[in-house]
Design a protein around this ligand. Structure first.
Ligand code: PRP
Ligand code: URA
Length: 211
């Protein structure tokens, strides 16, 4: 098999929570809490290489030089709807991050992404962008989101998801080789309706209780 390029979140806490998320007996309240917690835990890994700057501060014992995040702006971009669930967890670790929104849904017949909303901070082109979506299935929605952001001049994009299908990772690797993909697991099967198997079902419906 061709080598897939994706960073796998192998931290035990993340793997534990993904298994609970997959479980069909997990109700909407717990599903929402788990997605939020996963967003928070994933924030550590996806920000590992953010640049730091040295700053002079004074502790109660005297002056010292410490490190803080540099001036690079961070923009979280949830893909509506399900990506919204990951925002609050990420923001609790990165309160300075701004949030842009992209609305994309999959046409149930063609599985092609349909774009319906796009709202970004005006200077998004200069920021590190994290696309958030729990599911990367055919990769169509993520690829469309990346293309829209690149058209706005964004140069640094990472895709952060919970469950990815091999097909979707391969597609992003091919269409957007400059974009890093982060996920907790890569499932092999994509069924005829474009659902990931075993996956977790419909993330938007489980998050918002719409089914
Ligand atoms: C889901 C999911 C992704 C997309 C993944 O959204 O949250 O955005 O499907 O599938 P893909 O990789 O094949 O494009 P959905 O289209 O169900 O929209 P919704 O969250 O508004 O229900
Ligand atoms: N979207 C979902 O919510 N789940 C899948 O398995 C595929 C796309």
């Amino acid at each position: 098999m061709e080598q897939l390029k994706a960073f796998i979140f192998d931290h035990p806490l993340i793997q534990h929570k993904v298994t609970k998320l997959r479980d069909e007996t997990t109700d909407t309240k717990n599903f929402r809490e788990l997605v939020e917690e996963l967003g928070m835990l994933m924030a550590y890994e996806v920000t590992r290489d953010l640049p730091l700057k040295e700053v002079e501060i004074t502790t109660p014992m005297g002056p010292t030089v410490g490190k803080m995040l540099g001036d690079k702006k961070i923009t979280l971009v949830p893909v509506l709807r399900a990506g919204l669930g990951m925002v609050s967890g990420m923001q609790s670790i990165m309160p300075q991050a701004r949030v842009g929104h992209i609305g994309v849904y999959r046409d149930p017949d063609t599985l092609e992404p349909v774009e319906y909303y796009f709202k970004m901070p005006s200077d998004v082109a200069d920021s590190e962008v994290f696309i958030l979506d729990p599911m990367l299935a055919t990769g169509g929605s993520a690829a469309a989101a990346i293309t829209l952001l690149k058209r706005r001049g964004v140069k640094h994009i990472r895709v952060v998801c919970v469950i990815a299908a091999e097909y979707g990772v391969k597609r992003l690797n091919e269409e957007h080789p400059d974009v890093e993909v982060f996920c907790a697991t890569v499932d092999e099967v994509l069924n005829d309706h474009g659902y990931i198997v075993p996956g977790l079902g419909d993330a938007g419906d489980r998050l918002f209780g719409t089914k």
